[in-house]
Design a protein around this ligand. Sequence first.
Ligand SMILES: *[C@@H]1O[C@H](CO)[C@@H](O)[C@H](O)[C@H]1NC(C)=O
Ligand SMILES: *[C@@H]1O[C@H](CO)[C@@H](O)[C@H](O)[C@H]1NC(C)=O
Ligand SMILES: *[C@@H]1O[C@H](CO)[C@@H](O)[C@H](O)[C@H]1NC(C)=O
Ligand SMILES: *[C@@H]1O[C@H](CO)[C@@H](O)[C@H](O)[C@H]1NC(C)=O
Ligand SMILES: CC(=O)N[C@H]1CO[C@H](CO)[C@@H](O)[C@@H]1O
Length: 417
Amino acid sequence: MGSVSLKIGDGSARFKKASLCSSALINTLMIFSVIITNLFALYAFTASPHTHHPHPLHKNLSLISEQVTLILREIHSSEKKLAQIQKDLLGYQSIDLSQPNIPNELKLFLHRHPLPLGKDSKTGITQMVSSIGHSCHKSSNLLSRYMTYNVSRPCPDDWSVAQKLILRGCEPLPRRRCFAKTISKGNLLHPFPTSLWKPVANKTVNWSGLSCKSFECLNGKRLGRDCIGCFDLVNGYENDRFVKSRSKSDFVVDEVLALGNGGVRIGLDVGGGSGSFAAVMAERNVTVVTITLNVDAPFSEFIAARGLFPLFLSLDHRLPFYDNVFDLVRGGSGLDGGGRPEKLEFLMFDIDRVLRAGGLLWMDNLYYVDGEKKRVLTRLIERFGYKKLKWVMGDNNVGSAKSHAVLSAVLQKPIRE
Ligand SMILES: *[C@@H]1O[C@H](CO)[C@@H](O)[C@H](O)[C@H]1NC(C)=O
Ligand SMILES: *[C@@H]1O[C@H](CO)[C@@H](O)[C@H](O)[C@H]1NC(C)=O
Ligand SMILES: *[C@@H]1O[C@H](CO)[C@@H](O)[C@H](O)[C@H]1NC(C)=O
Ligand SMILES: *[C@@H]1O[C@H](CO)[C@@H](O)[C@H](O)[C@H]1NC(C)=O
Ligand SMILES: CC(=O)N[C@H]1CO[C@H](CO)[C@@H](O)[C@@H]1O
């Protein structure tokens, strides 16, 4: 069975091609198989002692039990086959919806809906299927907790459950029919572009579930390599980032934009901290989408309050953009792929996909721990055939006592045949 994705309104729905088996056929199959196996069992228990009548029964008991075992094995295997057919029909091989603890909302969400006008002639599709990450089944307890709520009532205070699921590969999450918590931001937001560099009011964020309860508290924190005091738009380095260089490997946006010959209009920031790259680019009339989760801090709310576009997505997810759309992609430590070379490769190929030919890939202070990592990285980059417009390998000790080997580069995507 093949599947295709279609974009519908603001979300995407996955469709599955019609299965050859109808559920009526399956029911008949099931009943037939139950009858047959029962007849076999009956035969085994009644017929064998009679056919071997002259022999003492106890000697032939082992034979009977052998047959019964065979029959039971047969029944078990048919049951398994039937369960598989049922799962195929439902379309969810990984989530066992017959488990007792599966909330009804999850079943409803996952339920297939036949297209109202029958089979679609263009796609050959007959049903609409909601999509949910295939790894969700590994966290079925968390998922059940997430999907346990009162319909049309406020959602439980559980954004951290949602993020935990995403970080475990349950992405996309199922949709819910409850109201997310609201917070009045009315007169707290500044007009654009003033909003880009104004400190964000504590009250624009619901701090529930976070250890800090104000931006002042976050200011002193090192929240990953791309966010060292990145919420401090007044006293820290954040408002100098991307415009003033602190080391050879720190490029500034104007020199990078110049390499794009005025062709940079839209960009993507992979793991962009509090959105300062997007802010600097916005001042240069370039629209940048910042990918960020809310790990330990309200990154999404902060970026949005600045009048910028936060994309709440893990880096394990395929980028939700079509091929060849971005003029520029910037990535910092997010690009280190978390260990395995294949993981980095999948990410880099996906970034390559969304970048247009002639577009720029800005690798901004990528750490590489050892020579091996460096070789993997450079070999991978070479495979893409990018033109090296800038390439700096050096040490960077910004924001930490120890200096690290880093790579910064601006690469141009070639036109491939
Ligand atoms: C649903 O509403 C009932 C009654 O208001 C409440 O007791 C219950 O805790 C709610 N369930 C959830 C999951 O919020
Ligand atoms: C934050 O959200 C929780 C749960 O959704 C709610 O109980 C609380 O009142 C909210 N806090 C603010 C300041 O709105
Ligand atoms: C945020 O809260 C902190 C601590 O409660 C306070 O010191 C600070 O002035 C507040 N900042 C803003 C911008 O509201
Ligand atoms: C951005 O666009 C505005 C309006 O078109 C224009 O006035 C301004 O000069 C532009 N800024 C830059 C840095 O190009
Ligand atoms: C003792 C014994 O094995 N008795 C009989 C059991 O049944 C078979 C036929 O299935 C006979 O061949 C045995 O003699």
